[in-house]
Design a protein around this ligand. Structure first.
Ligand SMILES: [Mg+2]
Length: 264
């Protein structure tokens, strides 16, 4: 996958986020989600019993997932225009089976990993080889339910379970490092029995290389701390907390598209 591919998805997100918030969050996550769907996961069809599973635990970035599902052909590209429109099934947070490819309802933070752990246990019980991938926010790691699941996953040796943390060092109302330091993430996850790797979360080749070798270590769940930039590739939105909430105003949209075109 070339950089042009994800830049085009960002252009789509500029369009969609004229209707609602979390533009910066979607730009933070889009590269990771694209790599998973196009370079890593095996998903022959949306309901194939042996497919790899993806859970977007930081559900507010769902617009990024919709654009990728449209590229995969699970939903029509024209349907993306229905994002956040009344009566549409393209909601602002994932709702299980609202469209093909949405595996779990999320948005209340901290739920994705517990759900994924259950799926990983089920796969083991059924002697299936599929893997379960979960994308979580760095601020989300402050939820207690994450650590309950993290303890269980390592005790049960769920080496079919992979967490990717979209570590943009921003959360709703502060810098994550001020609240619960990201710099301690590696030691914390290791203490909970996980094998940990770190990467630039926008380097498509690096992400692909690391995520191609799951599990990172036999009989352990894997976690990749992917260092990202909220609002990535739109200069005025990069690393700005307010772009967690901002939508794209009509007068900014054209300039954003132009800025992205210059990157192609
Ligand atoms: Mg964050």
């Amino acid at each position: 996958m070339e950089r042009k591919f994800v830049t085009n998805l960002r252009k789509q997100l500029v369009k969609m986020h004229q209707k609602g918030p979390h533009f910066g969050s979607a730009l933070s996550a889009i590269d990771i989600i694209s790599v998973l769907y196009f370079n890593i996961m095996n998903i022959p069809s949306a309901h194939h019993p042996d497919r790899d599973r993806f859970i977007l635990s930081k559900g507010h970035s769902v617009s990024a997932l919709y654009t990728v599902l449209a590229e995969k052909g699970f939903i029509n590209k024209e349907k993306l225009d229905e994002y956040l429109v009344n009566g549409s099934t393209l909601f602002g947070h994932p709702k299980k089976d609202s469209v093909p490819g949405i595996e779990a309802s999320t948005g209340s933070l901290g739920h994705g990993l517990p759900i994924a752990s259950g799926m990983a246990i089920a796969a083991k019980n059924d002697k299936k080889n599929y893997k379960i991938f979960v994308l979580m926010g760095d601020g989300e790691c402050q939820e207690g339910s994450i650590w309950e699941a993290a303890m269980l996953a390592s005790r049960l040796k769920l080496d079919n379970l992979v967490v990717i943390i979209d570590a943009n060092n921003l959360q709703g109302f502060d810098i994550v490092e001020n609240v619960q330091p990201i710099s301690t993430f590696k030691a914390k996850w290791e203490a909970f029995g996980w094998n940990v790797k770190e990467s630039n979360g926008h380097d498509l080749n690096k992400l692909t290389e690391i995520l191609s070798n799951i599990p990172f270590k036999a009989e352990k769940p894997s976690v990749l701390i992917a260092h990202t930039i909220k609002g990535k590739d739109i200069a005025i939105a990069e690393n700005k907390m307010e772009w967690h909430y901002f939508s794209v105003s009509k007068d900014k949209a054209d300039a954003f598209i132009e800025e992205l075109n210059e990157k192609i």
